[in-house]
Design a binder for this molecule. Structure first.
Ligand code: NAD
Length: 411
């Protein structure tokens, strides 16, 4: 951060906090962490924004669009000189990133760092003394919805999953009555009706499919039905019937999962498209589709497995690949939001702007650990990993209780 400067009348003016937006480096990543439309609130709050030249180009935002809204365009060094640096994929997920050298003590880094899995990256960032906020850790509470990148990006992924399925299916989605006969609507089954699932249901309905959905949290039945889909009722005790909308599910026992698969096999066999989105936070994705269930589907049917990156909901899924088994295509969908980078960046950027807004008080960068959204998403600070679950993931001993905690270890 630049030092305060003396104004002509002798007052010391506080330097504006700067937000740097570097170009993404993860392979295939076309999003950018801030879109021009997310800038006005930040500028109003007194933030100086420095965009690396070309950072938004792959998402459809030229440098000129940022300049028009009041950003400065610079090189990578200028973007990393900022007090706060935001990226979609923090340092491209690379623990040997040359950008590590650019980080400095006390600098704030915001973005998706996958901290429970990418432990080497987190350790390397912590060693530089930077303060990392991993947006995947933003709690799913009402106040934090505007910063929830998992939700904003899952919305995009649910939509794209249906588009991929429609493209791969040798049938049309809508019911059509033509002079050449009637075409029956496609039957789509969405397994897991969280954020991505609900977005998939809405998209498949818009394309005219007959849609069914299932979730272990039967509380989502109303939302499913309000989108025009049928909620599949299974005589299954999941113990989470009351889990409200937006809540995370608990893992089922292997025996309950087995029963679930058995009960769902008929619906799966009767579907042209199955879109799987089931996840239990912090766990491998539950297997909802076995090879046997896939064999029961008609040739030409399509499965889009959104949980491919978490191990897959289908046991035949290969991440980032499409495999065909018995004429059924199984699409192991990975990072779909990067394939719709304009709108994915627009919503991601709004999440980032809202999060940065939490860190700016009276025009100055202020990390307030009393704020639960700030505290719970903080991974490391002052050279220490402070997030309890991340400490466990990297094999560090638990942090001391808050009253005994030295400066910097507060959780
Ligand atoms: P979410 O937590 O909002 O929804 C997951 C849903 O799965 C919950 O409603 C939960 O109750 C349900 N569920 C859990 N176990 C189940 C089971 N046994 N049977 C039926 N339902 C079950 O999560 P989300 O944000 O919608 O994301 C869903 C998945 O999509 C995650 O795996 C996420 O990583 C993935 N995702 C993939 C991409 C991509 O590009 N491939 C992008 C975004 C999200």
């Amino acid at each position: 951060m630049a030092d305060g400067t003396d104004s002509p009348n002798g007052e010391v003016t506080k330097p504006s906090p700067t937000l740097g937006i570097p170009k993404e480096t993860a392979p295939g990543e076309r999003r950018v962490a801030l879109s021009p439309s997310a800038m006005p609130g930040l500028i109003k709050a007194g933030v100086r924004i420095v965009i690396e030249t070309g950072a938004g180009a792959a998402a459809g935002f030229p440098d000129s669009a940022y300049l028009d809204r009041g950003a400065e365009i610079g090189g990578r060094r200028q973007a990393f000189d900022a007090d706060i640096v935001a990226m979609v994929r923090v340092l491209g997920g690379d623990p040997t990133s040359p950008d590590l050298e650019r980080l400095r003590f006390g600098q704030v880094l915001i973005g998706m760092a996958a901290p429970l899995a990418a432990t080497e990256l987190v350790t390397a960032i912590s060693a530089r003394g930077a303060t990392l906020f991993s947006l995947e850790l933003v709690p799913r509470i009402t106040r934090a919805q505007a910063m929830d990148v998992l939700s904003s990006q899952a919305n995009v992924a649910g939509y794209k999953a249906v588009i991929l399925a429609a493209e791969a299916l040798p049938k049309m989605f809508p019911l059509l009555t033509t002079a050449a006969g009637t075409i029956a609507p496609a039957r789509v089954f969405v397994m897991g009706a969280g954020v991505a699932g609900l977005s998939a249901i809405a998209t498949a309905r818009r394309l005219g499919a007959v849609v069914e959905a299932y979730d272990v949290r039967s509380a989502v039945k109303e939302e499913v039905e309000s989108l025009g889909a049928r909620f599949v009722e299974l005589p299954l005790e999941t113990g989470q019937e009351g889990g409200g909308s937006g809540a995370y599910a608990q893992a089922l026992s292997e025996e309950t999962l087995r029963k679930q698969r058995e009960l769902m096999a008929k619906t799966v066999a009767g579907s042209d498209v199955v879109i799987t989105t089931a996840q239990v936070q912090g766990k491998r994705a539950p297997i909802l589709l076995t090879a046997e269930m896939v064999a029961g589907m008609a040739p030409g049917s399509v499965i889009v497995d959104l949980a491919a990156d978490q191990g897959g909901n289908c046991e035949l899924t290969k991440p980032n690949r499409t495999v065909e088994v018995g004429g059924v295509r199984i699409i192991g969908a990975v990072n779909l939001p990067a394939t719709i980078p304009f709108h994915a960046s627009q919503t991601f950027g709004k999440n980032v702007a809202n999060f940065v807004g939490l860190l700016i008080r009276d025009g100055a960068l202020t990390v307030d650990l009393e704020d639960d959204v700030v505290r719970e998403s903080m991974v490391c600070q002052d050279g220490e990993i402070v997030h309890q679950r991340v400490r466990e993931a990297v094999g560090a001993p638990p942090a001391p209780a808050p009253e005994d905690a030295p400066e910097g270890i507060r959780r």
